[in-house]
Design a protein around this ligand. Structure first.
Ligand code: SF4
Length: 360
């Protein structure tokens, strides 16, 4: 739906499609690699900060619009009571957060929220449900939401938990643009954070989404008490997928009392990921997944303007807007507008590089 503007032409004169050939193998001349080793990624993390930022900014400028940030809005369409036990999440039924389990929102209420988001400048409307997986009885309503939001001229994204191949196909037929399914952390650390599903379960759903032709949004959370090596493993898992996710959300844990990780980390020095380490993670994601949109997600409201500016320098080019993420606070539209104005940056108007170069 978006028109590519001249400002997003690549600096080396190639078209994004020429630069963005993307597949399982490393094409000669393509900037995209899916054969990264952990050693290479660890070496990037270890670079002197100025060198890391220079490399990330160089990659960013070759493939993305300069000075533009994509605005996305997230709505919780079904809150709380989730049977999964993600240690960071206040919506888990196992968390002691007093969050009331709600039913799936009515389609018309979702569409009203989408209209508000569009009026506030959002390009994409993301809908999240606290489910292990959608039940087949929920699919008609979910599909009506996708169709309704698309009819407003916005991009659609959903996060509904694990999908069967058939559910992915139905969402694709409805025109769903993106499906979010985070890998959360490194394969080794996964069982420390979640016990009700496995890392492989996540990869299976990502494969179903890809097979259905839906764009993939997948990232994770840093600040879970993980090691640098886990952050290397997290980026490595994404950067070696058969095809990089079109969107890579990088969250900083927001410790919520009553959740396993909130109780464990809230009063410790580990409670907040070090800002520089967070920026390094963004930069390494940018370098290893050059065409992906790298999104600042949860945790942004507690970051200083300077840290967010460093994240943009490191290659982040998408943010969630609005006062609320699924259940945690967010920076808010006014704060975002003020930050972008201060930085001389503007909401994105062009199409994403991987959408332009997509073969599906
Ligand atoms: S992160 Fe998602 S799957 Fe995990 S408990 Fe929260 S709502 Fe459920």
């Amino acid at each position: 739906m978006n028109v590519m503007t001249a400002s997003v032409a690549l600096n080396d004169g190639r078209t994004p499609a020429q630069a963005g050939a993307q597949g399982n193998e490393r094409d000669a001349g393509s900037p995209v690699r899916t054969d990264w080793t952990r050693t290479e990624i660890a070496d990037l993390f270890d670079l002197p900060f100025d060198e890391l930022m220079f490399r990330a900014q160089t990659v960013h400028r070759a493939h993305h619009a300069i000075g533009q940030v994509q605005l996305c809005t997230l709505l919780s369409i079904k809150t709380g009571g989730c049977p999964e036990d993600c240690g960071y999440c206040s919506q888990s039924a196992s968390a002691d957060t007093q969050l009331k389990a709600e039913k799936l929102m009515e389609v018309q209420a979702v569409l009203a929220s989408a209209a508000e988001a569009k009026a506030a400048g959002s390009q994409r409307f993301c809908m999240g449900a606290a489910w292990r997986n959608p039940k087949d009885r929920d699919m008609d309503a979910v599909i009506a939401m996708v169709e309704g939001v698309r009819a407003m001229g916005m991009e659609t994204c959903m996060t509904l938990g694990m999908l069967t191949p058939d559910q992915a196909q139905r969402l694709a037929a409805a025109g769903l643009d993106y499906y979010n399914h985070n890998i959360d952390t490194s394969p080794e650390n996964y069982a420390n954070i979640i016990s009700t599903r496995s890392f492989e379960d996540r990869l299976d759903t990502l494969a179903h989404v890809r097979a259905a032709g839906i764009n993939v949004c997948s990232g994770g959370i840093v600040g879970l008490g993980e090691t640098r090596s886990d952050r290397v493993g997290f980026v490595h898992a994404l950067a070696t997928l058969p095809r990089h996710p079109e969107s890579v959300p990088v969250n900083a844990l927001v410790p919520v009392k009553g959740t396993v990780l909130g109780n464990m980390l809230a009063d410790t020095p580990l409670a907040k990921i070090d800002d520089i380490e967070f920026v390094r993670t963004v930069a390494v994601a940018r370098i290893t997944m050059p065409l992906s949109m790298v999104r600042l997600s949860a945790g942004r409201e507690s970051m200083s303007d300077a840290t967010q500016a460093l994240c943009f320098m490191a290659g982040a080019n998408s943010i969630f807007t609005g006062d609320q993420l699924l259940t945690t606070g967010n920076a808010g539209d006014d704060a975002d507008a003020a930050l972008l104005a201060k930085l001389g940056m503007t909401p994105m108007v062009g199409e994403e590089p991987m959408r332009r170069s997509s073969c599906c």
